[in-house]
Write a protein that binds this ligand. Sequence first.
Ligand code: UDP
Ligand code: MG
Length: 316
Amino acid sequence: MDISVVVPLYNEEESLPELAAWIERVMKENGFSYEILFINDGSTDRSLEVIKRLASANPAIHAVSFSRNYGKSPALNTGFERAKGDVVITMDADLQDSPDEIPELYRMITEEDYDLVSGWKKKRYDPLSKTIPTKLFNATARKVSGIKNLHDFNCGLKAYRRDVIKHIEVYGDMHRYIPYLAKNAGYKKIGEKVVHHQARKYGTTKFGLDRFVNGYLDLGTLWFQSKFGIKPMHLFGLLGSLMFLIGFIAVFVVLLLKVIAMCSDTYNFWVTKSVYFYLSLAFMVLGVQFFCTGLIGELITRNSAERNNYLIAEEF
Ligand code: UDP
Ligand code: MG
């Protein structure tokens, strides 16, 4: 099979017939063998009935329906597990992404040998409250992930070589960072294609402004995982040791001050009045805590099934 189109959807009943017809038309015109995987993420409208009707008319349409709303990432991950096509394309269900981009995305993966091609909504049809923070978000994501050529990490329209999606796990809200997940899994050839974007025709957006807060937190998590995921002690041990050392030095300073005070007959010097007393307390406690966090991290890593997962490019 040439292409699997994975479509996560949550309450998109109005858009689905148009989307399915559009994808079918593009596939037919280009002679692709394909499947459409609708992942119904616990919709409370009539989306599921619409999908059932569409699937009965076209055997290439398959669906998974969640019992409740889990989020876009779990929906994508479920689609990825089931996808059978050589190239896997994800797109939003709200008609903001154009199926007309599919042939070129397919060509980039199969002929130009990209692992992943991400869409870039260069001209966006979204409100300013979304486009401006998005620019900032993408700049940070580029810096942190080291994928310097991507302008639009969170574009719903992306294409993957099948191998890529079988080796990454999208969970939580990590769909924003799939290129970073792919890079961490060892896939280096990540490209971009300017794609046509449309304003939402039906329904409303499913993400509020909390997307930016959560987006930054997730970026922090991924950064930590990629740098220290299998060696947490390298970060916590270093921080803990440094803090402990500062605390230890502060203890000596307090003692020295006390001795000096005693030798010069200033008996009213109280160690608890010295700032070094508090520094020594705080830093030694924090240091030990950081150190222990690192140790616990190491124990967790040691038991992780992922600790020896390497993507082997070649073997002789
Ligand atoms: N979506 C989903 N589960 C959710 C939220 C969204 O499957 O919990 C789907 C949604 O139906 C759409 C896609 O993810 O197909 C992108 O969502 P949306 O268009 O609301 O995001 P935006 O374009 O505003 O970033
Ligand atoms: Mg949308």
